[in-house]
Design a protein around this ligand. Structure first.
Ligand code: FAD
Length: 318
């Protein structure tokens, strides 16, 4: 009989992992206390770009794996809501980290080459084309693919991983920012609050990310259904209520970067808590009542590392 696997969490990590395991023939049930569209993952921009997460050779391999998997999804499944988008990464430091460009075509640009974007004084930029997911489409698509492969979904809170031993042989803990406390052996997960405001797209086709803006993380991301304007990076903050003063700052910074967004009608607002951790935790957790695998700590790169994570969890279970 195939191992019965419980994946705790229906964010982008839980769903991608469930799909990967089901595709390998495993008997998978996803346990989550909220709908995927209420997860942090649904708040994500969500662009393939390493941000606020571990960088190491192992993680770089996951970046590459995830990029390749998204390229295939773009080519084979237009309904998944993932697009290859061209945009500009604003660089402000004299020696920016460009290591991530190893897997993409990226070209340095200067202000004179940009029309719709106002590069901040002294900044340079890098233009590149990377996957960008409309999460309101992509998460339901992942879920549907899972269901198509026989994955079951149960809406319930898990407060004791060991108690799952009665019904399952393996637990994969993909509970985002709550994973450490759920396992009870890891106090190192720190919420990194991110607030966004979604507006009607006035015709912006390129994304722009300025994560070193001294006034605050700033980005403009065209999804299929709206333009996502962000953001914030508030370490340790946990309020899920959008703060009006923060939103005013986001709107102001984004309009400075991309003048066309000024005055665009607001569609919705959202806040998510990134699961911040110095290192990703993808490993066996010893000493539990059932075989347990941790899969969390993706910080600001959950979408960016999702398929690499799914493949690593699957390899651990081989
Ligand atoms: C504003 C913002 C912008 C972002 N932009 C990007 C981006 O452009 N690109 C990128 O790669 N990443 C981005 N991120 C980061 C990304 O959203 C996270 O890294 C990612 O969502 C983490 O996914 P996850 O599946 O681990 O956690 P989550 O999405 O938080 O999912 C956790 C799941 O676990 C469930 N759960 C938790 N505890 C329990 C329990 N005890 N019992 C049952 N279920 C439980 C929840 O219901 C949920 O389904 C952004 C984040 C924010 C906030």
């Amino acid at each position: 009989m195939s191992d019965r696997v419980a994946v705790i969490g229906a964010g982008v990590i839980g769903l991608s992992t469930a799909l990967e395991l089901a595709a390998k023939g495993r008997d998978v049930t996803v346990l989550a206390d909220a709908d995927s569209l209420e997860s942090t993952s649904a708040v994500a921009g969500a662009v393939w770009f390493p941000y606020a997460a571990e960088r190491s050779a192992a993680v770089d391999a996951m970046l590459a794996t995830t990029l390749e998997r998204f390229r295939r999804i773009v080519a084979d499944h237009p309904e998944a809501g993932v697009d290859l988008r061209t945009g500009v990464i604003v660089e402000r430091s004299p020696e920016p980290d460009r290591s991530w460009t190893a897997w993409v075509d990226a070209t340095a640009v200067d202000a004179s080459e940009l029309e719709a974007i106002e590069l901040p004084a002294g900044a340079t930029g890098l233009r590149t084309t990377v996957p960008l997911a409309t999460m309101s489409l992509y998460l339901p698509w992942l879920r549907e693919r899972c269901a198509g492969l026989g994955v079951r979904f149960e809406r319930r809170a898990v407060d004791d991983v060991d108690a799952l031993a009665r019904a399952f042989d393996v637990a994969v803990v993909a509970a985002g920012v709550r994973s450490g406390s759920l396992l009870g052996d890891d106090a190192s997960v720190v919420p990194i609050r991110g607030q966004v405001v979604r507006v009607e797209n006035p015709g912006v086709t390129e994304f722009v990310i300025d994560d070193d803006d001294p006034a605050g993380l700033t980005y403009v991301l065209p999804r299929r259904d709206c333009l996502v304007l962000g953001g914030t990076h508030e370490v340790g903050a946990t309020s899920l209520e959008p703060a009006p003063a923060i939103e005013a700052g986001i709107l102001e910074r984004c309009a400075r970067l991309v003048p066309a967004v000024a005055g665009a009608p607001i569609v919705s607002r959202a806040v998510g808590l990134r699961p911040g951790r110095e290192r990703l935790r993808i490993e066996e957790v010893p000493g539990r009542a059932l075989r347990s695998i941790a899969a969390y700590g993706h910080g600001g790169s959950g979408m960016t590392l999702s398929w690499g994570t799914a493949e690593r969890v699957a390899a651990l279970l081989e």
